[in-house]
Design a protein around this ligand. Structure first.
Ligand code: GLU
Length: 494
């Protein structure tokens, strides 16, 4: 049998990491098994569903690279794939259940139900629908509706017994029917409830495996009762544990970014996010943690998914992102960094091949300092913002010391005889300063570093010097000053 799975988000918000992980596990499962991955939009909560959110969900999934084989935007053999476009289908099924007496109209008002709920709680009982409207015959109900009364439709369920299913992650799950009242299938506004529409859709769309969040475990017995009423064969279920913050509470804004959009804006690589999401509740064999999407497809195994909750660790995500950055070529790194550096005003709209060459080299020097590309903006200021005015105390102390002053003066004497220098020339100059001053090590190198960068730490000078010298000869919106210009400026601060 062909594997068919679905991701069924409600467009009531942006794609949260928990849901993205659900989408990913479905997708990995389908792609590994040569199955079909379906996107279904569950938008029957009309007050909270927005077109804007549907578009955002689609764009987030596309950015992650989770492509679907059937869905609202591309259609498919089992559509429509938006629940609001399937209302007639649900109506037909409801009629059948009502006629067979498996469902009934319920006229209880929200106030009445609320009363009932409160009473149960006050008496220490689990709130559950009393079954008051079960006795109303279909004819009687239809007449009342004709006269203008509003009614919901409920499923008639047994009062006692239990309902069991075998969850692929959690093993056998058992619910007592005593805790489950007759669930609402259709609300009095005519729209189907989640537990109802989901069953009809999963059945008609031939879903073989329902992989979703653990928050739906308690809905599953209600859905199984609907399957039973229709004589539909239920799919396999796999309920994934929740994604928590480090403090073991549900991941929320308090912990940091939670939506895929936010991670995208913060400059994470989609491949890294996918890699990290896959590790939320799943452990790859042999503890290999840095994996490409192809490797994930090959290795993913629902049987190795843990039922304990997954902890979202931002540090780990950053580490994974760094590992994915490392695997890019210099050109790819440069291309990804470019938009941020251009926006910062460092790079021109039109880049020549010399610009690209320079950028690739500069990135290789600086990339190890960052987790994400946008952070490079700060790192690149070492080239574009030479600002002795903003020097920190440590840098000031270094150049104002007696040794510092002496080293920098000798340095400038040598530089003033030259124009651009290369690293070999720099080393020659350093040797001569060493001879003249008698300083070596920190006493020699620290003042040189501050003289060139106006900072006490940063890029190694063997990387920095060629980059500023080459950069100073290129046309950038903000000119890069060469070594001589830098040291000349520093002289004023000694
Ligand atoms: N619309 C539901 C949700 O977003 C889908 C749950 C399910 O997969 O059955 O939680």
């Amino acid at each position: 049998m062909k594997i068919r799975v679905r991701f069924a988000p409600s467009p009531t918000g942006y794609l949260h990491v928990g849901n993205a992980r659900t989408a990913l596990f479905n997708w990995l499962f389908a792609r590994q098994k040569g199955g079909v991955f379906i996107l279904r939009v569950e938008d029957t909560d009309i007050e909270r569903s927005l077109q804007e959110y549907e578009e955002a969900l689609i764009s987030a999934l596309k950015w992650l690279g989770l492509d679907w084989d059937e869905g609202p935007d591309i259609g498919g053999d089992y559509g429509p794939y938006r629940q609001s476009e399937r209302l007639e289908i649900y109506d037909e099924y409801t009629k059948k259940l009502l006629e067979e007496g498996k469902a009934y109209y319920c006229f209880c008002s929200p106030e009445e139900l609320e009363e009932e709920r409160k009473r149960a709680l006050a008496q220490g009982r689990m709130p559950k629908y009393s079954g008051k409207c079960r006795k109303i015959t279909l004819d009687e109900a239809l007449q009342r509706i004709k006269k203008g009364e509003k009614a919901a439709v409920r499923l008639r369920t047994p009062d006692v017994g239990e309902i069991k299913f075998n969850d692929m992650v959690r093993g056998e799950v058992v619910f007592s029917l005593e805790g489950i009242g007759d669930p609402v299938l259709v609300r009095s506004n005519g729209l189907p409830s989640y537990n109802y529409a989901v069953v009809i859709d999963d059945h008609l769309m031939r879903i073989t495996h329902v992989i979703r969040g653990e928050d739906h475990v308690s809905n599953t017995p209600r859905q199984l009762l609907v399957y039973r009423a229709f004589n539909f064969k239920p799919p396999n279920f796999a309920h994934l544990s929740m994604v928590m913050g480090k403090d073991n509470t549900r991941l929320s804004k308090r912990h940091g970014a939670t939506s895929i959009e936010q991670f995208r804006e913060e400059g994470y690589l989609a491949s890294a996010l996918i890699n990290y999401l896959a590790l939320l509740g799943w452990a790859p064999p042999e503890g290999r943690e840095v994996l490409t999407v192809e490797e994930l497809i090959e290795l993913f195994d629902l049987n190795r998914v843990s039922k304990s909750s997954a902890i979202f660790d931002y540090d780990k995500l950053n580490w994974i992102n760094r590992q994915h950055i490392k695997r890019l070529t210099s050109r790819e790194k440069a291309e990804r960094a470019y938009p941020y550096l251009k926006k910062a005003g460092y790079l021109p709209d039109k880049m020549t091949s010399e610009h690209w060459k320079w950028l690739e080299k500069a990135i290789e020097g600086l990339i190890t300092n960052v987790d994400r590309f946008p952070q490079l903006v700060k790192e690149f200021s070492i080239f574009f913002n030479f600002s002795p005015d903003d020097m920190g105390q440590e840098a000031k102390d270094i150049i104002k010391s007696e040794e510092g002053r002496e080293v920098i003066k000798y340095f400038y004497e040598e530089l003033s005889k030259l124009n651009n220098i290369d690293y070999e020339t720099f080393i020659r100059i350093v040797e001569s300063i060493k001879k003249k001053s008698g300083f070596k090590g920190k006493k020699l190198y620290h003042p040189l570093r501050v003289a060139l960068t106006a900072r006490a730490s940063g890029l190694e000078l063997n990387q920095f010097i060629p980059l500023v010298e080459e950069g100073s000869q290129l046309d950038f919106p903000l000119k890069i000053k060469n070594c001589k210009e830098r040291v000349k400026e520093i002289l004023k601060y000694l």
